[in-house]
Design a protein. Structure first.
Length: 137
């Protein structure tokens, strides 16, 4: 969008983070952490750390594809990874079959019980449910 770019038509770094936030929220919903459930239980996934590598600038008019995945599980924390790309045919000047990677991002999250702000253990069934997902990254 126009408001996501600077005067040169280059996408702002905050726009990438907003897209990652949306993808993370959708992925969390698929993992059983729906917004309504979070509000009812007071248990929220909270970003502890963000690692982001800007590979190439996206520009005004680029169609950005976001892929998110669960990378690892610990007792209280877990890692999610995101890749923001453009594929051939989605923009001018891109050779056929040549994907363009704009951003790689990893985020570490912890489950936190609110309003106390206490870390909570990940649900026990997550290890079983997501073991194949994490192993098959």
């Amino acid at each position: 969008m126009f408001y996501d770019t600077d005067c040169g038509g280059v996408v702002h770094n905050i726009a990438y983070l907003r897209l990652i936030e949306k993808a993370r929220t959708l992925l969390a919903g698929q993992m059983g952490m729906r917004l309504a459930d979070m509000a009812a239980t007071g248990l929220y996934p909270v970003v502890v750390r963000t690692e982001i590598d800007y590979r190439r600038p996206a520009r005004l008019g680029d169609t950005i594809c976001i892929r998110g995945r669960l990378e690892s599980l610990e007792r209280v924390r877990f890692w999610m990874g995101f890749e923001l790309t453009r594929h051939a045919g989605a923009g001018e000047g891109v050779p056929a079959g040549d994907p363009v990677r704009f951003v790689n991002c990893r985020q570490q999250l912890a489950l936190v019980q609110m309003p106390e702000g206490r870390p909570a253990r990940l649900p026990g069934e997550w290890s079983k449910r997501y073991a194949a997902v994490v192993a098959g990254r």
